[in-house]
Design a protein around this ligand. Structure first.
Ligand SMILES: Cc1cc2nc3c(=O)[nH]c(=O)nc-3n(C[C@H](O)[C@H](O)[C@H](O)COP(=O)(O)O)c2cc1C
Length: 187
C-alpha cells in the first residue's frame, strides 16, 4: 500500500558513534508521522541487501531522502552497493519499466570539511552540489526528480549542542517542506 510518508534511507556504518546523523535520526524518530525510517546498516549488518524488499519500499513512497555522511566526496560503500543492486534494469530503468519515474529523490548529507573549503574559491574548489553530480545524474537517469540537497558542513571542526539542535530543526523543516501536505492543492 502507498504511504504518504517520506522514506528516509539512512546509511551510516556506525550510527552510535555518529554525531550529526544520529541527531538527525533522533529528530526523524520523534516525527515518525512524517517519515518511514530505513537504516541500511541496521537492516543489513552482513551487507546482503534484500533487493525485492528495497524495491517494494521504494514503490510504496513518492519522496525518498538518502541520508548519509560524505565519504571520499561520495556516498558510503553500502549506499553505492544499494544503488548498484536495487536500481536494476527492468525496475529503475529500461524502456517502459522505469518504475521510479516521477518520484522525488534527494540527499541529506553531512560533511567533515567546512563549507568555505567547498566553494570554487576554497581549498577543494568544488561545491557539494558539483560533487554530488553522479547521484543527481543517476536520479535523473531513472526519470525521478532530484530534490535540493540538505547539507551540514564542518563536523570535523566540532559542533556545539546548540548548533546541533538548530541544524536538526532545519532538517525537520526541510523534511516538512517536502511533505505532500505542504503542497498547494490547486496544483
Ligand atoms: C572514510 C571516510 C571518508 C570521509 N571523507 C570525507 C570527505 O570526502 N569529505 C568530507 O567533508 N568529510 C569526509 N569524511 C568525514 C565525514 O563526512 C564526517 O565525519 C561525517 O559526515 C560526520 O557525520 P556523523 O557525525 O554522522 O558521523 C570522511 C569520513 C570517513 C570516515
Amino acid at each position: 500500500m502507498k504511504s504518504s510518508k517520506i522514506l528516509v534511507i539512512v546509511t551510516h556504518p556506525d550510527i552510535h558513534k555518529s554525531v550529526i546523523s544520529k541527531r538527525w535520526l533522533q529528530e526523524l524518530q520523534e516525527n515518525s508521522d512524517l517519515v518511514t525510517i530505513h537504516q541500511l546498516h541496521v537492516r543489513y549488518p552482513d551487507g546482503k541487501i534484500d533487493v525485492a524488499a528495497e524495491q517494494k519500499l521504494l514503490l510504496e513512497h513518492d519522496t525518498i531522502i538518502l541520508q548519509f555522511p560524505l565519504y571520499w566526496f561520495s556516498t558510503p560503500p553500502l549506499l553505492k552497493q544499494w544503488q548498484d543492486e536495487v536500481l536494476t534494469h527492468g525496475f529503475a530503468y529500461g524502456r517502459g519499466t522505469e518504475k521510479l519515474a516521477g518520484k522525488r529523490i534527494g540527499a541529506a548529507v553531512s560533511a567533515g570539511i567546512k563549507e568555505v573549503d567547498y566553494r570554487q574559491s576554497g581549498r577543494y574548489h568544488y561545491t557539494l552540489e558539483e560533487l554530488l553530480r553522479p547521484l543527481r545524474v543517476t536520479i535523473e537517469y531513472i526519470s525521478a526528480e532530484y530534490l535540493p540537497v540538505f547539507a551540514c558542513y564542518g563536523i570535523e571542526s566540532g559542533i556545539s549542542e546548540e548548533e546541533l539542535d538548530t541544524n536538526a530543526a532545519h532538517y525537520l523543516q526541510y523534511i516538512r517542506d517536502l511533505t505532500p501536505a505542504s503542497c498547494d492543492i490547486a496544483d
